[in-house]
Design a protein around this ligand. Structure first.
Ligand code: SF4
Length: 254
C-alpha cells in the first residue's frame, strides 16, 4: 500500500531527522564563524586606520597553547574534518588532559596546568599553522591581540612586577578586555554567538554541551558522542562518564 509506514521506512525517517539535526547545528556554526570572521576583519581594519596595532598574523601561534573551549557543534565540525593522524593526536591530548585534570577543581589551576603541561593544541600542524583553519572555532577566531605574541602564552605569575606593570600600563583600555590584551568586543561577540549555538542545540536536542575542543572532538571521533547526543541528554552524559571525561572543567552539559 502506498504510504504505509514499515519498520524500514520508520528507521530511515528517524535517521534522516537525526542527520538533519546535526546538519542544522553545523550549518549554524559555520554561518556564525563566517559572520565573526567578517566582523574581526572589519574591526581590525578600523582599528589600524585609527592608529592601533594588532599583532596577530601568519606564523603567530602562542595563543594555541591556551585551553580552547567551544560548543558541541563546532567541535563536531572539527572532528569531521580530521585525518586519522590528527584524530590520534586529539585522542592523546584528550586522555592526557583527562588524567591531568583529576583532582583539579579550580579554573585558574586548570588553565595554568594546561598551559604548562599540555603544550600546543593538537591541531597545530608541523608548519606552526592551524590544521583546521577553515573550521577553527569561534573562540580561536575571537582572540585578537593588541600586544606582541610573546604575551599570548605568558604566565603572569612568572613575570617580574615591573615588567607586568609596564605591560598593563601600555594596554589600550578602550578596547581590551582588561587586564588581558585581547580585544573585548570580539571576544564578547564570540561568546554571544556560542550562546546562540547552545540555544539551537537546546531547542533541537533538549540540552547543550560545551567544553574543551580536543576532548569534545575526541569523544565525537572515538566514542560517537554525536550519536549519543541524538538519543538525548542522559545517553550523552553516560557516554562522557564511561570515557572518564565527566569533569566540570572539561565539559559542561546544560
Ligand atoms: S584550533 Fe587551530 S587556531 Fe585554535 S588553538 Fe587549535 S591550532 Fe590554534
Amino acid at each position: 500500500m502506498i504510504g504505509e509506514m514499515t519498520p524500514e521506512t520508520a528507521t530511515k525517517d528517524a535517521m534522516t531527522a537525526n542527520d538533519d539535526c546535526l546538519r542544522q547545528l553545523i550549518d549554524q556554526a559555520k554561518q556564525q564563524q563566517m559572520f565573526l570572521e567578517m566582523f574581526v576583519r572589519s574591526w581590525v581594519d578600523d582599528y589600524r586606520c585609527g592608529g592601533g596595532t594588532v599583532h596577530c598574523g601568519k606564523g603567530c601561534r602562542n595563543c594555541c597553547s591556551l585551553a580552547v573551549h567551544t560548543g558541541f557543534a563546532e567541535a563536531l565540525a572539527v572532528a569531521r574534518q580530521l585525518s586519522v593522524e590528527q584524530g590520534m593526536k586529539v585522542a592523546d591530548y584528550a586522555v592526557k588532559l583527562r588524567d591531568l585534570a583529576r583532582g583539579v577543581s579550580e579554573l585558574p589551576h586548570y588553565l595554568r596546568l594546561h598551559r604548562d603541561e599540555m603544550g600546543f593544541c593538537p591541531l597545530l600542524n608541523e608548519e606552526g599553522a592551524c590544521g583546521v583553519y577553515p573550521v577553527r572555532p569561534l573562540t580561536c577566531r575571537s582572540l585578537i591581540s593588541t600586544r606582541e605574541s610573546v604575551w599570548c602564552g605568558a604566565d603572569f605569575t612568572k613575570v617580574a612586577a615591573a615588567e607586568r606593570d609596564a605591560f598593563l600600563a601600555a594596554l589600550d583600555r578602550k578596547v581590551v578586555s582588561f587586564p588581558s590584551h585581547y580585544v573585548a568586543v570580539l571576544q564578547e561577540s564570540g561568546k554571544e554567538l556560542e550562546e546562540a549555538g547552545a540555544q539551537l542545540m537546546r531547542s533541537l536536542l533538549g540540552f547543550a554541551l560545551y567544553g574543551n575542543l580536543g576532548v569534545l572532538a575526541h569523544l565525537c571521533l572515538h566514542h560517537d558522542l554525536a550519536g549519543a547526543a541524538l538519543e538525548g541528554r542522559d545517553r550523552a552524559v553516560s557516554v562522557i562518564a564511561q570515557a572518564g571525561f565527566d569533569h566540570p572543567l572539561l565539559l559542561t552539559v546544560s
